[in-house]
Ligand binder design. Sequence first.
Ligand code: PMP
Ligand code: GLU
Length: 402
Amino acid sequence: MTKTQPLSRRVLQMEESATIRMAQMARDLKSKGHDVISLSLGEPDFDTPDHIKQAAKEALDAGYTKYTPVPGLVEYREAIIRKFKRENGLEFKMNQIVVSNGAKQTINNLFMALCDEGDEVIVLAPFWVSYSAIIELAGGVPVQVSAGIDDDFKVSPEQIKAAITPKTKALIFSSPCNPTGSVYLKDELKAIADVVAAADQEIIIISDEIYEHINFTDQHASIGAFENVKDQTVTVNGMAKGFAMTGWRLGYMGGPAWLAAACAKLQSQSTSGATAFGQKAAAVALDSDLGPTHEMREAFAERRELVIAGLSEIEGFKVNQPKGAFYVFPDVSYYFGKSHDGKTVENSADFCEFLLENAHVACVAGSAFGADECMRISYAASEAQLKEAIKRIGEAVGKLRG
Ligand code: PMP
Ligand code: GLU
């Protein structure tokens, strides 16, 4: 007799990250000898700039091999305070900063610290796949407020106002946005700040700015800089995207001291903090010239043009122009209801499966991001791979009939 696995309801109810699952499916297919192009994972294809790697080597030699304070190495938190002031107009003290093992852990800490069972969190949709899973894991209820491609995937302040209830604890969004690449401009953020500030209770705004440096408009704005919400905003950032440091696992937040203390308390019972020599090198990264980051941004900008032009040529793909990050999020619902080889594409997951099987191109279904009519294509890949992927997608969709 097979015994049932004694797993918790918590883990049974949660879904694995769709981005990570799709990247693994692509790797598996590749290992079987198929020529798969993976445009699934949001990971810069560049290597970490040399001066940052060098700083980590020096830090190791200098003995940065021990535990650091749970909320982060003092030198790194000082560099983060300088960065927030210089680039975002945000003023923080040391006790308002917490460094974690990636921004994903930062966001986990925040929702674990904020949510009781049934508390609502307004999530501006389309949203990064892990927000809803993390909120649910913490017992909270994600409340989606959505915008479609015709609104550049940006929700209005009126929509947010209508979603606020006495149970609303927090609001989260990313700008530049994963998965849409949309950027909320300063006056749009001001309008959101005004709605949140006018609510009866204090609603915590979580502003995920991890794609800050991959912005083609040169107009990054931080909602936490507005006077009326500055004491109720947490600004989340990390090293992964702007510095091509995904595998270093370094993220951080600046926010109210009481919330930073709660996050540090949680972290003291989970990871005890991030890697010492990595933090030392990250401090160097934040303080140094952003030349390499800007070079990566320029490369992404060129690829964006290539991808938009290529996809716009494909019948049934509705594409907008993302202003940041390295994703495009076309509406592909034109293909829903069409079939090939006896299989009908009913939704975005079916469409992505169809592309993986018939074009050997891995993308992520829009349903994972709260927008089933779309799919996410990461263009953090070489121009040659992108051109080939677009060609294959165009050929494959030509087989869908009905
Ligand atoms: N926020 C967004 C919007 C992301 O796309 C990601 C993906 N990496 C994260 C947070 C988490 O970043 P990290 O790799 O630092 O955990
Ligand atoms: N954030 C990236 C993505 O959206 C990396 C994968 C993940 O952390 O889920 O693809």
